[in-house]
Design a binder for this molecule. Structure first.
Ligand code: AMP
Ligand code: GLY
Length: 421
């Protein structure tokens, strides 16, 4: 098979690595990819928003299956376009992708189908929002509707902070926001819960926890993710049944009731409070860096899973997982998530002593004349699987120290809730 992976992060490198193991795969293209995918795939720098150009490329290259990594093309309807051109694609269509593309779409579904989530209100003007906030209890959560790449969420401790947030959102900081969501602040511990769905049936696709804050102890600014571990320490059979029955199944029914099917990964960001799940948000893709920790645990051929999904044959399909503990630490450019230097050379990558349970996935890197340079804030993802999260973390820290990249920094406390408790 010839497979095309869309995206350029650590998640897409991990997907390329897993599908490359399949005996069915003859060639992989990655659009646009990074220095890591370049080792496994042919990187192609093509404007995927130019649908005519994309279709022409996929047909000419005889691509059998397209796997879409990030949310943006999904929300923009790439799946519909590919399906209309008879190209097999893994990832939800435009309407179901609204689960990530519009927070109000998801909240309305929660209301209609009685899905546990934070109480909320939707507002369309500054005055309306501020009048509501004057009467509210704090902390409170303020969100811009629409895609904001993990940003656009404020947790305000008092009225003044919430006022500033409302002004920033309606002022266009995250694109033209027509609606604002105000939510009750949930307490508990967060967990990422993944399923893969073929439109008729679904399978659980592991759990994980990530660390979004830049600083140790989960302090400081929000980032795209500083590390993660899988499985989550919170999961148990009873909680899993509640998540499936109260959250996942009604959501998939809601999508069916709209005359659509949900095909692809669905990622539920949950708050777990006394073993009860509450939906914080949906993402219509794998998490990043959760994907990098989850795929090394997968023992089933990922291409077979994608094909079973595209062909609606997931019901009888068994997905096998290793019992190991997987942990990922993200090596970032100094200064991230604020300003940081790009194009800093990374020496030494080929000298690291990797074992078969160690993985390195590239995120913000590029290759120039056989040398690797940083090309973003989150640069490299180090993943190790072992019998304990503690061992995995120690092993990774050792590898990052071996690399000794002078422009890098990382959190040494990834997994602290489960390792150091
Ligand atoms: P979101 O983009 O909706 O996932 O929000 C980003 C982060 O904000 C989440 O991962 C949570 O840490 C936090 N958050 C969002 N909504 C709430 C809420 N209602 N209560 C508490 N924390 C929240
Ligand atoms: N790890 C958070 C995300 O992928 O959105």
């Amino acid at each position: 098979m010839i497979i095309c992976v869309i995206g350029s992060g650590g998640r897409e490198h991990a997907i390329c690595k897993s599908i490359q193991k399949s005996s069915k795969v003859k060639k992989i293209f990655c659009l646009p990819g990074n220095a890591g995918t370049q080792e496994l795939a042919e990187n192609v720098d093509l404007n995927i928003d130019d649908h005519d150009e994309l279709i022409k490329f996929l047909k000419k290259s005889k691509v059998d299956l397209v796997i879409v990594g990030p949310e943006k093309p999904l929300v923009n309807g790439i799946t519909n376009v590919l399906e209309n051109n008879n190209i097999k694609v893994f990832g939800p269509r435009k309407v179901p992708s609204q689960l990530e593309g519009s927070k109000t779409f998801t909240k309305e579904i929660c209301k209609k189908y009685n899905i546990p989530t934070a109480k909320f209100g939707v507002f369309e003007t500054i005055d309306e929002t501020l009048n509501f906030l004057k009467k509210s209890n704090f902390p409170i959560v303020i969100k811009a509707d629409g895609l904001a790449a993990g940003k656009g969420v404020y947790i305000s401790k008092n009225f003044q902070e919430s006022k500033d947030a409302v002004k920033e959102i309606f002022g266009g900081k995250f694109g033209s926001a027509k609606k604002i969501l105000v939510e009750e602040f949930l307490t508990g511990e967060e967990m990422s819960f993944f399923i893969i769905s073929d439109g008729k049936n679904f399978k659980v696709f592991q759990t994980a926890q990530d660390h979004k804050r830049v600083g140790e102890g989960d302090l400081g600014k929000n980032t795209g993710g500083m590390g993660s571990y899988s499985p989550s320490g919170l999961i148990n059979k009873n909680l899993e049944s509640k998540i499936i029955n109260k959250i996942i199944t009604p959501t998939l029914k809601a999508i069916n009731d709209l005359g659509e099917k949900y095909k692809g990964f669905l990622y539920a960001g949950l708050m777990i409070s006394n073993n009860e799940p509450f939906l914080i948000e949906y993402n219509v893709r794998m998490g990043d860096p959760e994907c990098q920790t989850i795929l090394p645990l997968l023992e089933t051929d990922l291409v077979d899973i994608f094909m079973a999904c595209c062909d609606e044959k997931l019901e009888k399909f068994e997905i096998k997982w290793s019992e190991k503990k997987s942990l990922c630490i993200v090596l970032c450019s100094k200064g991230y998530p604020d300003t940081f230097q790009k194009n800093v050379k990374i020496d030494n990558l080929n000298n690291l002593a990797f074992s078969k349970n160690d993985f390195i996935f590239h995120a913000g890197t590029k290759k120039v004349k056989n040398e690797i340079f940083s090309n973003g804030g989150r640069v490299l993802n180090f993943v190790t699987t072992s019998s304990s999260f503690k061992n995995s973390r120690e092993r990774i820290i050792n590898l990052i120290n071996q690399l000794n990249w002078k422009n890098g920094f990382f959190r040494k406390d990834i997994g602290f809730k489960i390792i150091d408790k």
